[in-house]
Design a protein around this ligand. Sequence first.
Ligand code: NAD
Ligand code: 0WE
Length: 259
Amino acid sequence: MTGSYEGKRGLVLGVANRRSIAWAIAKRLADAGAELAFTFQGDRIEKNVRDLAETVSSPLVTECDVRSDADIERVFREVGETFDGGLDLLVHSVAYAAAEDLEGRFTDTPRDRFWLALDISAYSLVACARAAEPMMESRGGGAILTMTYLGGERAVPHYNVMGVAKATLDASVRYLAWDLGQKSIRVNAISAGPVRTLAARSIAGFPTMEAIVEERSPLHRRIEADDVGAAAAYLLSDDARNVTGTTLYVDSGYHAMGM
Ligand code: NAD
Ligand code: 0WE
């Protein structure tokens, strides 16, 4: 078990429901004593997120569409008011591509939907890191974590434009780590194998993908959101004080294989 989060304050983006990877991470942090603010996107999931946040006595739940600079600015202002200007932890667990772009050929991705996927899934980390920087600096440092996938490094059939967005996200992690290292702010990613979440369940062929990982990975095990939560609790803790700019794979070892 990773140490205590007593006295730590965090912001979590990307909870949609109790299956969300962001929620598994939040649970781990809150159970270890962290105080967490949450954002949600859209009226449809507002109640879900408010109900979940209440179970961990969250002091702030607020809307954030990461496409909007105004939303991001307001959210970090509210977080500052809630946490006396300080922030220790930022969890970014947000991704989106149009459903039709996760089905056909990558070759057919139109310009507007290419940029939409990169805006929501990659640029948003940069915008949030920039907004978090002064609040983390005032605490003498901090830790930022995002969620990535192997499809950003290798061609995974149908992952398509999301793969390009994850490649951009992965590179952004390294450049943010360089910039923010100066302020003792660490920036890392977890590369999770397929986890059965809302974003995943709607994808055709997802059960097949899980079966492939189970068959071919060294550990022959499915990946659960809480496996990611445990790794996140390490990366966001002081135990990882000298770890930045890197990716931790929580995928039963699948990435290590060539067949
Ligand atoms: P999820 O659907 O629970 O979470 C995705 C979140 O993105 C949702 O909360 C949604 O509201 C949010 N989002 C989408 N568009 C947004 C916008 N414009 N503004 C703000 N928020 C927006 O699914 P998840 O699987 O928990 O996904 C979380 C992260 O984990 C994503 O980055 C995803 O790429 C990554 N990931 C998932 C898997 C998997 O198999 N589930 C594997 C590796 C990485
Ligand atoms: O990052 C993801 C999925 C993110 C995602 C999911 C959706 C579904 C609903 C982004 N945008 C949308 N848009 C929607 O309309 N994963 C790592 C899970 C995932 O998605 C895949 C995968 C895997 C794994 C899509 C195709 C192939 C593999």
